[in-house]
Design a protein around this ligand. Structure first.
Ligand SMILES: [Zn+2]
Length: 251
């Protein structure tokens, strides 16, 4: 059985994991919307010694793809700081969104900027690039872009996190999605298992509990089965325990 867990508050990840029946957790280190470096709470530090798999989610503000130096350079620094802190916690991976270039910029600039990240940064644990739901010039919304990103990262050891809500809202059909992703990346290291409050290709990143969104829960299960990777639900917190129980029962 694969590990199944939840994205939880960083104040006390182990307590939140226990309350949900989770054997994996994901959390932020500090403010997900801020540029200050990572902060490891006392509760977060306790995960180091626990029998719970840990994933760290990097701040949303990070965008290493952009041509804008004033965003890209601090993004690289923040990513590197989070990687170090996540590795010290013994995390299995650091999840980071694929980012975007501005409207009018050639997406190739963004793919090349991603390559420069991994050419310059030591990776003591895997960095998992996550597909995103929105934006017209995103690096990792559509599979066509993910394919170009992986072309740019050729020969480098980079992981992939597949988010089911983002795929649906981003306009990628979940049927056979795992096979199509693996044909590009060769790997799926983590599944972010979420239903979507919004319609196919809406571009809206709003997660729903597994039984209550616009995606057929059977399709979500099929993605999880095909991926065979650890699973994190990033769904509304009061339903996470039920979501995990649903996955354990049906996978
Ligand atoms: Zn996600």
């Amino acid at each position: 059985m694969v590990r199944i867990g939840a994205h939880v508050d960083q104040d006390d990840p182990l307590a939140h994991a226990a309350a949900r029946g989770a054997d994996a957790v994901q959390f932020f280190l500090g403010d997900p919307q801020g540029w200050k470096g990572p902060v490891v709470s006392e509760g977060a530090a306790l995960t180091t010694a626990a029998d719970v798999d840990v994933y760290i989610h990097a701040p949303y503000v990070i965008n290493v793809a952009t041509a804008n130096n004033r965003i890209r350079i601090p993004s690289r620094k923040l990513l590197s700081q989070h990687l170090t802190a996540a590795a010290e916690l013994g995390a299995k991976g650091l999840v980071v969104h694929g980012g975007h270039v501005n409207a009018g910029d050639d997406p190739q600039i963004g793919f090349d900027n991603w390559r420069k990240v991994f050419e310059r940064m030591e990776c003591p644990i895997p960095v998992l690039i996550e597909n995103t739901a929105g934006g017209g010039n995103a690096m990792a919304r559509k599979l066509e872009r993910i394919a170009r990103l992986w072309d740019a990262l050729d020969g480098l050891d980079v992981g992939f996190c597949l988010d089911t809500c983002h795929a649906h809202a981003g306009g990628e059909d979940l049927v056979d999605l795992v096979e199509r992703v693996q044909a590009i990346t060769g790997r799926i290291d983590l599944v972010h298992c979420n239903n979507s409050r919004d319609a196919f290709d809406s571009g809206a990143d709003r997660h729903a509990n597994l039984g209550s969104g616009q995606i057929d829960p059977e399709l979500i299960l099929a993605v999880c089965r095909a991926a065979g990777a650890p699973i994190i639900v990033e769904t509304p917190g009061d339903g996470q325990g039920d979501d995990i129980a649903f996955l354990r029962k049906n996978l």
